[in-house]
Design a protein around this ligand. Structure first.
Ligand code: IMP
Ligand code: MG
Length: 175
C-alpha cells in the first residue's frame, strides 16, 4: 500500500485566497498597528505569505501549541508549549492559524489571550473543517472550508512530514 499526496487546493488558489484575506485585513486595520500571533508550527508558511501582502505597520509573535500527538485524531487536550514574548495588553491582536478542526486548540488560545486584555482580538485561519467543531469558533477571516479530511502541505504536517508541499493535499491510499 502506497500513500501519495493528492492535490486538494492548488498553489494558485491558495495564493489568490491569501491576497483576498490580506486585502480584507488591510481594509479593517487601516490606521492601526496590529500584533499578529502565528501558531507554530503549522501557520508559518501562511503567515510568511500573508504578511508580504499586508501594507500595514505590524508586529509579529509566535506561540507553539499542541493538541495532536502523532497521527490524525485530536487528543482533545491542548497544552501550551511555548508562550508569548510580547505584552498584548491594549494591542490589536490578530491570531493566524493554519487549520481549525475540533476548535479546541484555538479556543484554548483565544481564552488565554482574552485574559491578557488586548484592545481587540480576531482570528484569521487559512482553513476550517466546520463539520469537526466540538466547541463554537468564530473565524473573522477564513480562507477555505474543508471537508472532514486530513490535509497536509503548505505548512500542515502528518507526523512532521509534508510541510514543504506547495499545495494543500490529502493523503490517498493506492495499491
Ligand atoms: P483542533 O484543536 O482539533 O482544532 O486542531 C487544530 C490543530 O490540529 C491545528 O493547528 C493543526 O496543527 C492540527 N490539525 C488539525 N487538522 C489537521 C489536518 O487535517 N492536517 C494537519 N494538521 C491538522
Ligand atoms: Mg497548528
Amino acid at each position: 500500500m502506497d500513500r501519495r499526496p493528492h492535490v486538494l487546493i492548488a498553489r494558485d488558489d491558495i495564493e489568490n485566497t491569501v491576497v483576498r484575506l490580506a486585502s480584507e485585513i488591510c481594509a479593517d486595520y487601516q490606521g492601526r498597528h496590529p500584533l499578529l500571533i502565528g501558531i507554530l508550527k503549522g501557520s508559518f508558511v501562511f503567515l510568511a505569505d500573508l504578511i508580504r501582502h499586508l501594507d500595514l505597520p505590524l508586529e509579529l509573535d509566535f506561540v507553539t501549541l499542541a493538541s495532536y500527538g502523532s497521527g490524525r485524531k485530536s487528543s482533545g487536550k491542548v497544552r501550551a508549549v511555548q508562550g508569548l514574548r510580547t505584552d498584548i495588553r491594549g494591542k490589536d491582536v490578530l491570531v493566524i492559524e493554519d487549520i481549525v478542526d475540533t476548535g479546541l486548540t484555538i479556543s484554548f488560545l483565544l481564552d488565554g489571550l482574552r485574559r491578557l486584555k488586548p484592545a481587540s482580538l480576531r482570528l484569521c485561519s487559512l482553513t476550517d473543517k466546520p463539520s469537526c467543531h466540538r466547541v463554537p469558533v468564530s473565524i473573522d477571516y477564513l480562507g477555505f472550508s474543508l471537508p472532514d479530511k486530513f490535509v497536509i502541505g503548505y505548512g500542515l504536517d502528518f507526523n512532521e512530514e509534508f510541510r514543504y508541499l506547495p499545495d494543500i493535499c490529502v493523503l490517498e491510499e493506492s495499491e
